[in-house]
Write a new protein. Structure first.
Length: 436
């Protein structure tokens, strides 16, 4: 059905410091976002370690369309539309695995891992002038643009557009930093993952990423409990467990939050720095620092360890937590439904105990059954429920408006600049769509 709302109409619903509530509730806007944002942006698909050997595959979606990322015999990585050239069934139903060929369940067509149609049962029945088995439209076609930045695989559903390098711009720095952190210069996605479907619009998740203010309210109960635990531990000179420390960190004062660096970059990207306290003489960390010095030299290792990135957003579908080595991939399912999948990264060659901390962080803070994430989820749910109200048409992004810093200059975790920056990208995509 033809959309009545044009991308230009949609762009007009955004003002520099406030946006219309329809952006979160109107299915027509959601369809425009799929067509003009997710279809045209570079989307994060997966990490190269998820498809290490030829035939290894990993499935996901881009702009609602099923795709499969697959390692080729020549070690290159391709992303194919996960659609059978016969009657259109998805061919690869598993999340990940290994295959010699891809076989369609429905009528048995067989495709190579590069998408070429190899075998058609009853092929003699197709001997008509309009069917050519070698025509790529009967195979699994390649998506038009795929690029690899330091092992992070991105794809775009349009052939034309800026390069991945240009799209990422300075947000490449925290991605590169992750690789620098590894004593072997490489990363591995490990174990299983958390998958949560949020009853809210996708933008609500991204707007919470560097929002320092919410933590002291939304996470009040767990901060209170962790402080109490830590005080008791200190009284008896016992060690405060790592899991308690990370929960307690949500209770920072406004002035501490004001000292965090939040930077906004072109194309909607952003990052936050300055969260971590110095590690001191933690023996695991000391061992890790030595390994890093063996690779980079002592001076550069110290520089790398001092960078202190906390989290980041590659707009519109990826958030990474370099501090605790966590990948969060966002998939909008409907105007009021969003899937977030969380994967853990391992620094190849680093002490195993460091990886255990990554897992502890994921379980304590980001698991659906943790004592932190369900708090955020409740807030997102309330925003989504409240926005159907006709009480007001506007969502405020005013905090610290008028003092926004530009690239390379930091705002703080008390500013909503990073949200205004996301909407600058959002309207950019819509305006571009109205020209096409
Ligand atoms: S739909 Fe795939 S073989 Fe028929
Ligand atoms: Fe939170």
């Amino acid at each position: 059905m033809q959309s009545v709302l044009s991308p230009r109409d949609a762009a007009n619903l955004v003002e520099p410091e406030r946006v219309h509530r329809r952006l979160y509730t109107d299915p027509e806007i959601f369809n425009l976002e799929m067509r003009h944002i997710f279809h045209k942006a570079w989307n994060f698909v997966g990490h190269e370690s998820q498809v290490r050997e030829p035939g290894d595959f990993f499935t996901t979606t881009i702009a609602g369309q099923p795709v499969v990322m697959v390692r080729q015999p020549d070690q290159s990585i391709q992303v194919l539309y996960n659609r059978c050239g016969h009657r259109g069934a998805i061919v690869v139903a598993e999340k990940s695995g290994k295959a010699r060929n891809f076989n369609c369940l429905y009528h048995g067509w067989v495709f190579g891992t590069d998408g070429t149609l190899l075998f058609v049962p009853l092929e003699e029945g197709y001997e008509c002038s309009s069917f050519d088995k070698c025509d790529p439209q009967y195979g699994m076609r390649k998506v038009p643009a795929v690029a690899n930045h330091q092992g992070f695989i991105f794809a775009r559903l349009t052939a034309d557009g800026m390069s991945l390098d240009e799209f990422l711009g300075d947000i490449r720095q925290p991605l590169d930093h992750l690789v620098d952190l590894s004593p072997e210069g490489s990363l591995t996605v490990t174990g299983g993952h958390f998958r949560t479907v949020y009853p809210c619009n996708w933008k609500i998740y991204l707007e919470n990423l560097h929002d320092g203010v919410h933590a002291r309210f939304v996470h009040q109960s767990s901060v209170y409990a962790s402080r109490k635990f830590a005080t008791e531990a200190e009284k008896t000179n016992s060690l405060v467990p790592f899991s308690v420390e990370i929960v307690k960190a949500n209770g920072q004062s406004y002035s501490a939050l004001d000292n965090l660096d939040v930077r906004a970059f072109p194309n909607g990207h952003s990052d936050m720095r300055g969260f971590r306290k110095p590690i001191g003489d933690d023996p695991v960390f000391v061992r890790y620092a030595e390994q890093l010095a063996a690779r980079h030299g002592a001076e550069q290792a110290q520089e790398i360890l001092g960078r202190n990135w906390h989290n980041m957003c590659v707009y519109p579908n990826l958030s990474i937590h370099p501090g605790f080595l966590q990948l969060r991939v966002l998939t909008p399912l409907a105007v009021d439904q969003t899937m977030v999948e969380i994967w853990n990264l391992k620094l190849d060659g680093a002490p195993e105990e460091l990886h255990h901390r990554t897992i502890t962080y994921a379980n304590t803070v980001h698991s659906p059954s943790s004592i932190i994430k369900p708090d955020d989820l409740e807030a997102y749910k309330r925003v989504q429920r409240g926005l159907v109200s006709e009480g007001s048409d506007w969502v405020s992004n005013h905090r610290r408006y008028g003092t926004d810093n530009q690239e390379d200059q930091a705002d703080s975790a008390l500013s909503e600049h990073f949200i205004r920056n996301q909407y600058k990208a959002w309207t950019g995509y819509m305006r571009q769509g109205s020209e096409g």
